[in-house]
Design a protein around this ligand. Structure first.
Ligand code: PEP
Length: 265
């Protein structure tokens, strides 16, 4: 079972559930192949879409292992330039040719660990779309920003700046991930209520950017200490279209449980 594609892009049905596993800097190509071979039968028949954001060196092997299955493979980062003298960087075209269909952009570990700005992330979003990769724009406030009552201000800025220059007609190629920094890798997930409030606000901002009708169909995923036990409570919320899973996605059995439990009403 493959994915419907429009030109070179995978097309997601409005509001279908999506689970993205972010492997971070874990797993070799060999480990990726056996993970995907194990995963495919575990999620057979499940309607939830499964995307794996894998290390660069793993993309080619992982996308071959996933071919013809409901699993899509993508990258965790890229440069904004099409090509050039940027030692150690990687371009969208290279990722696409290796077999990537999507790319995480502006993940909090990039923003806070590697100093990525909203401007830089925005240029990457535009480049990803130009070179046929689905951008997964990651946004989220820190614990201090939440305590200071600045969550909405931060989210609005990250979304508006991150999507600047994206034409309205391209809105269906964009995925947004709300990932509060205080919940990533801490074991302390946002409650379903807190996540829903933030998602509703993100959808409102998307409405200001793309128009209300288009904003209603942009998938907004929650990320931050998602586990098999808490995913269903999150997925039942009106504006939560799925989840982005870091640590828990490293175990194939756990990711499969998360995929099977990620169901709406
Ligand atoms: C992430 O890497 O985007 C993430 C949400 O990590 P974790 O699930 O480990 O909190």
């Amino acid at each position: 079972m493959g994915y419907p594609k429009e030109k070179n892009f995978v097309v997601f049905m409005p509001r279908e559930k999506i689970v993205i596993g972010n492997w971070k800097m874990y797993k070799t190509a060999r480990e990726a192949a056996s993970y995907i071979e194990e995963l495919i039968p575990l999620i057979e028949g499940c309607k939830t879409k499964v995307l794996l954001a894998v290390p660069f060196t793993t993309i080619s092997t992982a996308s071959k292992a996933a071919k013809g299955s409901p699993v899509l493979v993508g990258a965790q980062n890229m440069n904004d330039a099409r090509e050039g003298a940027f030692t150690g960087e990687i371009a969208a075209l290279m990722l696409k040719e290796a077999g990537a269909d999507f790319v995480l952009l502006g993940h909090s570990e990039r923003r806070h660990g590697f100093g990525e700005t909203n401007d830089f992330v925005q240029r990457k979003v535009v480049r990803a779309l130009q070179d046929d990769l689905i951008p997964v724009l990651c946004v989220g406030e820190t614990a201090d920003e939440r305590e200071e009552g600045r969550t909405e201000e931060v989210l609005r800025e990250q979304i508006e700046m991150g999507l600047e220059g994206v034409p309205k007609e391209e809105s269906e190629k964009v995925i947004l991930a709300y990932e509060p920094v205080w919940a990533i890798g801490t074991g302390k997930s946002a409650t379903a209520k807190i996540a829903q409030e933030a998602h509703a606000f993100c959808r409102k901002v998307l409405g200001d950017v793309f128009g209300k009708k288009k904003a209603a169909t942009v998938p907004i995923l929650y990320g931050g200490s998602v586990k098999a036990e808490n995913v269903n409570g999150l997925a039942l919320e009106k504006d939560i279209d799925g989840v982005l899973v870091g640590g828990a996605s490293l175990s194939v059995e756990t990711l499969a449980k998360i995929v099977l439990n990620c169901k709406g009403k």
